[in-house]
Design a protein around this ligand. Sequence first.
Ligand SMILES: NC(=O)c1ccc[n+]([C@@H]2O[C@H](COP(=O)([O-])OP(=O)(O)OC[C@H]3O[C@@H](n4cnc5c(N)ncnc54)[C@H](OP(=O)(O)O)[C@@H]3O)[C@@H](O)[C@H]2O)c1
Length: 249
Amino acid sequence: MDLTSKIILITGGGSGIGLELTRQLVALGNTVIICGRDSGKLAEAARKTGAQTIAGDVTVAEDQERILSEIAAQHGRLDLLVNNAGIFLAYDFKTDPNTLQKIEREIAINATAPLTLTRRALPLLEKSAQAGVLFIGSGIAFVASPGTPVYSGTKALIHHCAQTLRHQLRPHGITVFEALPPVVDTDMAKALKSGNFKKMKPADLVRDILTGMRRNQTEMLLGQSSQIKLMSRIAPAFLFRQFAKTEFH
Ligand SMILES: NC(=O)c1ccc[n+]([C@@H]2O[C@H](COP(=O)([O-])OP(=O)(O)OC[C@H]3O[C@@H](n4cnc5c(N)ncnc54)[C@H](OP(=O)(O)O)[C@@H]3O)[C@@H](O)[C@H]2O)c1
């Protein structure tokens, strides 16, 4: 996919991986619109990168519709939707007082919202001469991670849906990409206390994602994620035990 002069929406573009994607895609001459719940954070990201902003919560249907209609009114099309917004919750399923809310919130943000937003964006994507959807998944899609009882399941769901949607949307001219990062050095990864992880720099991760997309590599296993996938095939019990040792703040 050519990554210049495109109209791009990045959810969660105000920080972490989304902010780095914004920085590199603006530098390539694209028009990047970022969304997120914290308008102060978005304004700061816009000042640093030159992106446009639309505040909104991706789990709220009206916010999804408003974000897309503002893009339709201003730009008339969408070339690339980046489903990046996400949360990562480590807790004990039995003893945490907020388990019920956490289950609902994590599934809503990480799993339901990327799919409903993609469905709602299809009419705008179909107006593009070369349209794409990029899901930011995770290498953890390949292993259940006991300390985060729901997170790895949301990424496994996204991994399956990226494949099904790739198949269904290809005839409509829409290419579905999935990037599966390892642990990346962002605010999200600060929750990780220890483990056999090397944190990848956001700038390196995004450079590899954009290189993969330019080569039309639709499934991008980044950094240690290819090892996780391989281990999940040849030594799944060992891999599970390794992840069970992870400690969180
Ligand atoms: N960091 C890692 O180690 C790692 C590894 C693999 C995959 N990933 C994935 O990469 C993606 C980005 O993670 P990150 O590390 O960059 O995390 P981050 O720095 O915490 O950024 C997450 C972004 O998502 C936005 N967001 C969260 N809930 C939202 C909602 N309901 N509506 C709109 N925006 C929302 C946040 O903005 P607001 O709070 O302002 O809404 C924030 O800008 C996530 O999908 C994550 O699962 C991360």
